[in-house]
Design a binder for this molecule. Structure first.
Ligand code: CA
Length: 124
């Protein structure tokens, strides 16, 4: 789900001069285990993120993503456990972001984290 896309009727520039606070809850349930999802703040409205192990944000330029990764992808150097990770393109902040752990600036280290077990999770 994306909010405030340019060219749409609800488009508005969000300004964070005084910081911001966001909260949401989610449940990941049943079926074949999916890759996860990401909370993304983007400055570039034209680039598109990739699906699957890209978690919808990999490839989006000028973005910050907090990924909730529920599937290990060895090609992205994921740890062997569910994790929450902050991703930015630190070498080129206006360049594309990536779900590769080489773009991670902070990673949860709780190997017992299981947010894909059907429980309600609250993020603040
Ligand atoms: Ca992954």
């Amino acid at each position: 789900m994306w909010y405030s896309s340019p060219g749409t009727s609800n488009w508005q520039l969000l300004k964070f001069f005084n910081g911001f606070r966001a909260s949401f809850s989610f449940i990941i349930t049943g079926g074949t285990r999916a890759d996860g999802f990401a909370f993304v703040i983007r400055g570039d409205s034209q680039s598109v993120g990739s699906a699957g192990n890209g978690l919808g944000y990999s490839g989006i330029r000028q973005s910050i993503a907090i990924e909730f990764d529920a599937k290990q992808d060895l090609s992205l150097s994921d740890p062997a456990f569910n994790h929450v990770s902050l991703h930015v393109n630190a070498l080129s902040p206006t360049g594309p972001n990536s779900a590769s752990e080489s773009f991670s600036q902070a990673l949860s280290e709780d190997a017992d984290m299981n947010f894909a077990n059907g429980c309600m999770c609250l993020v603040v």
